[in-house]
Design a protein around this ligand. Structure first.
Ligand SMILES: Cc1cc2nc3c(=O)[nH]c(=O)nc-3n(C[C@H](O)[C@H](O)[C@H](O)COP(=O)(O)O)c2cc1C
Length: 263
């Protein structure tokens, strides 16, 4: 009897039953937890938009404040090539809704993104979406109190994703927030440190010639368009500078800011 219990066939049977139970439990958990994960991702994204706009202070505010604070923002899709807000008709024709539009998926879709090569790929992101969601706080006269732009660029270890908030002049920085990156904690990972980010508000993206003048340089704190580079993380710092140059330039939001934001 006992030799039968320990037979190879029995061992395989028990292993198979265990595998089946485990896979049901794991896939069940994945399905059940998916809505929670999605809700947390949205919460984190919205919190970073608020942080970039200088509206959320992690020392004072909590996650419970995010939803009510975020109601001040309008999400709208921008056509990056035309440099205009996408009309409701065009958004409908393209099947894009600012509340559900997924830029990560669009980046891998040839119909919704373009490949970047050579000098065009300053931020080293390989593909650029044709449409991007921006978040605005609108004034009654059609101008903006705040314009928050999604930005991304390669650091040392991978693509850094964040939001850059600008004042209504389309030039003065309100703040920066990163919600995903692979940089080393304590080195490049300091891009998420509020003390480093505190240098950004008030800096000017564009110089007198209307080209992007913003720099991340060692000892660069005092300049109107400069922030100090991270020590021991020159490559991450350069990645941040290239990210801003790309996304605020012609292939990024440059045209949109000229057409729709700057007075
Ligand atoms: C384990 C390890 C992790 C590193 N992580 C980063 C990083 O996240 N960002 C970065 O720019 N440099 C990082 N570096 C350092 C780079 O290799 C390079 O030395 C540095 O960017 C040069 O910056 P510095 O001129 O300010 O010293 C790391 C180095 C090591 C050994």
């Amino acid at each position: 009897m006992s030799s039968n219990v320990n037979s190879v066939a029995n061992t395989l049977k028990i292993a198979l039953i265990l595998c089946a139970i485990c896979s049901v439990v794991i896939s069940g958990a994945a399905v059940i937890l998916k809505p929670m994960q999605t809700a947390n991702q949205i919460l984190d994204r919205n919190k970073n938009i608020l942080i970039a706009a200088g509206m959320f202070d992690p020392a004072v505010n909590s996650n419970a404040d995010v939803a009510s604070m975020f109601t001040r923002f309008n999400a709208r899709i921008v056509d990056l090539d035309n440099g205009t807000f996408l009309s409701d008709e065009d958004a409908q024709r393209l099947g894009l809704d600012p509340l559900t539009y997924n830029e990560t998926a669009a980046r891998n879709d040839p119909a919704l993104s373009d490949a970047l090569t050579g000098e065009d790929d300053q931020a080293r992101i390989r593909r650029r979406v044709k449409y991007a969601t921006v978040y605005t706080i609108d004034n009654a006269d059609g101008s903006f109190e705040s314009v928050v732009l999604p930005v991304s660029g390669y650091g040392l270890w991978g693509i850094m994703y964040g939001y850059l908030a600008l004042e209504g002049d389309g030039n003065t920085v309100q703040g920066i927030g990163f919600y995903d990156h692979k940089e080393t904690p304590g080195l490049g990972g300091e891009i998420s440190n509020p003390r480093w980010q505190a240098q950004w508000p008030g800096k000017q993206i564009y110089g007198a010639d209307s080209d992007v003048a913003f720099e991340v340089v060692k000892g660069g704190g005092p300049g109107a368009s400069q922030v100090d580079a991270l020590s021991g993380a020159t490559l991450t710092s350069r990645g941040v500078e290239n990210m801003i140059a790309f996304w605020l330039g012609e292939r990024g939001f440059g045209r949109f800011l000229n057409n729709e934001v700057k007075g």
